[in-house]
Design a protein around this ligand. Structure first.
Ligand SMILES: [Zn+2]
Ligand SMILES: [Zn+2]
Length: 138
């Protein structure tokens, strides 16, 4: 699989028994739909915080960043935001293949978390998890 952001090499890494596709060049991370449901289980999330189809149904976010192709189906992904404080911009496959997080985006969120303390909502827990992933890998 090529990185949807920079076409760099994507490697599979395992963190807390969840397999992530991680770009060695731009540090972005892809979660496929199956790994997202595993993650939801692991974080004991109820509801739709990590349901890829629900995320794909969120309103599109206007962003300066250009659209990216899904690494699985190659269709253009949709930009949406997760969480509220902080918000994180993600690319989601509208066919439900998975979610892409930019390395830079997650880094920004981590910076905000340091100021505010850990977020308490379900998506905040996801963001915390990502923070651990990036801390471990960073
Ligand atoms: Zn990349
Ligand atoms: Zn797709």
């Amino acid at each position: 699989m090529d990185c949807p952001a920079c076409k760099g090499v994507v490697v599979v890494v395992e963190y807390q028994r969840i397999e992530l596709d991680y770009c060695t060049k731009c540090y972005g991370v892809w979660f496929d739909a199956g790994e997202l449901s595993l993650l939801a289980e692991r974080l004991d999330l109820r509801g739709a915080a990590l349901d890829v189809n629900q995320i794909a149904a969120l309103p599109e976010k206007k962003a300066a960043e250009k659209a990216r192709g899904c690494p699985i189906c190659r269709k253009k992904m949709k930009k949406v935001t997760l969480g509220s404080a902080p918000e994180v911009l993600v690319d989601v496959c509208t066919r439900g293949d998975g979610l892409w997080f930019d390395g830079g985006e997650v880094g920004q969120v981590l910076g905000q978390l340091k100021d505010k303390g850990a977020a308490a909502d379900e998506q905040g827990r996801v963001i915390d998890f990502l923070g651990e992933v990036f801390h471990v890998r960073g």
